[in-house]
Design a protein around this ligand. Sequence first.
Ligand code: PGA
Length: 241
Amino acid sequence: MKLFIEKDYDALSKRAASILIEEISKKEDIILGLATGSTPIGTYKELIRAHKEDGLDFSKVKTFNLDEYIGLDGSHPNSYRYFMDEHLFNHINIDKSNTHVPDGKAEDLEAYCKEYDRLIEESGGIDVQILGIGSNGHIAFNEPAEELSLGTTVVRLKESTIRDNARFFNSIEEVPKTAISMGIGSIMKARKIILLASGKNKAEIMAKLLKNDVVTTQIPASLLKLHHDVTIIVDEDAYSE
Ligand code: PGA
């Protein structure tokens, strides 16, 4: 596991983007696993900058997002499809038909989840997966639990996650209670994984993750220790414990 400790959020974003830019430059038809949330926004801004100023080409890039709230369609401002369009896809030359965000309005959710994993496999598998981390240690919406799903699945959000994410909604009542999430196995199949953590509210979980030489499903991110190519990028606030 490689660890970068950056001065602040801006430096963290630049570091993450520079790794992605290098990977995209090496492989024009790269398959990226993308994340939503506050953390990757700065990284996406840097990618947009690299596209506009340096001509970074996304025309052959494919993307798969980690998760989506159940019940929200892509036109809902709190959906992750909307987030991705706003924060990245609308500003680069990516073909929207190459971008995949789970469909929160899918009718047969179980069949849809299987299909999502099949689509990832069929595309050749994820080359580089970007991850944030929840304050409770979740990755995607794989919440701490006795058992974790390997494949993409329907998950019930923990109260702590609903509280964390309420800041994006008008009220906590509006936060969906369920989501579609890529499973731990789907994530671990990525060839390269980059986990980002920024801010003091991530310091406690990052200390637990980095200090202990153990894995536990109670900290889903700890399972990443079993992966052969993980880069963790933190800022000083997230590393302060
Ligand atoms: P955040 O979310 O980037 O908004 O902190 C991370 C996560 O919950 O995975």
